[in-house]
Design a protein around this ligand. Structure first.
Ligand SMILES: Nc1ncnc2c1ncn2[C@@H]1O[C@H](COP(=O)(O)OP(=O)(O)OP(=O)(O)O)[C@@H](O)[C@H]1O
Length: 255
């Protein structure tokens, strides 16, 4: 069974068909990239899957259960995580406190208990920080972190919820090429180790072609291609969409 099945998903804003009859699947443990030029409908697609935006029509099935109409919190509780822009309180806490907060919140959601102890979940938080290579920064104030390190902590926070599917909308936005590569390599390793599925958008084609198991391409709301790196690179329609907007697959960070 596929983890996530998207069936004929559509969304219109005014006269714009932002997402137009889009269908695709994600299998368990798959690292799937969603690409496409600006305005292709990627964010709209993400926001329908995570419950922020109701679809006009179509179905979203997670492990066979329908997600349409569910609230973001309920979708999150079902095991679909996402990387957020960090919370307003992020800078006022240490790195480990931020991860502990996420663990406390997860425990509260799942077991309905609340124990406001600062030592709570410290061991598990350290484990999560180790998984993203940030254990040595555990007791540093979060406000001192470099941008790439904030992204790693953000990932640890998302993992605190034990997701089976992780949605990452432009996780490397604003990062230098080397940092992008490192973050996506890290996510790929976690995908393999934990057997979770990831749907992500990324503007650097180098990164997408190097790490994604499969790539789906949106253009003007429609899905125009679905395949591995080679088939996408060689797809004439995909090439036209990118060359037509002055973008190439060659440049790192091309957008
Ligand atoms: N809330 C909204 N109201 C009106 N139009 C919207 C809204 N959100 C998106 N759109 C339009 O829908 C289309 C798809 O936008 P979307 O943000 O999903 O594309 P995208 O592929 O994520 O683009 P980008 O790469 O620039 O982030 C665009 O034409 C956009 O202007």
């Amino acid at each position: 069974m596929s983890d996530l099945a998207i069936r004929s998903l559509s969304k219109t804003f005014g006269g714009v068909r932002a997402v137009n009859e889009v269908s695709f699947d994600i299998k368990r443990g798959e690292f799937l990239a969603l690409i496409g030029p600006n305005g292709a409908g990627k964010s709209t697609c993400f926001n329908m899957i995570n419950g922020q935006l109701p679809p006009d029509s179509g179905e979203i099935l997670f492990e066979g259960a329908k997600l349409n109409g569910k609230k973001p919190r309920d979708i999150w509780r079902l095991g679909i995580g996402r990387t957020f822009q960090v919370a307003a309180t992020f800078n006022s806490m240490t790195v480990i406190e931020n991860v502990q907060m996420a663990l406390i919140s997860h425990a509260n959601q799942v077991y309905r208990l609340w124990k406001p102890a600062s030592s709570l979940h410290r061991e598990r938080a350290l484990e999560l920080l180790a998984q993203v290579g940030m254990q040595d920064a555990a007791d540093r104030p979060s406000r001192e972190l470099a941008y790439g390190d904030v992204k790693r902590v953000e990932l640890a926070i998302a993992l605190a919820n034990d997701p089976r599917l992780l949605l990452m909308d432009e996780p490397t936005a604003g990062m230098a090429p080397k940092e992008r590569n490192d973050l996506i390599a890290l996510v790929k390793r976690l995908v393999i180790e934990k057997g979770i599925s990831v749907l992500f958008t990324e503007h650097s084609m180098d990164v997408v072609f190097a790490f994604a198991d499969r790539i789906i391409v949106l253009a003007r709301g429609r899905l125009i291609a679905d395949g591995d790196a080679k088939s996408i690179r060689d797809n004439p329609q995909v090439r036209e969409v990118y060359f037509g907007t002055g973008k190439t697959f060659q440049k790192s960070g091309a957008h």
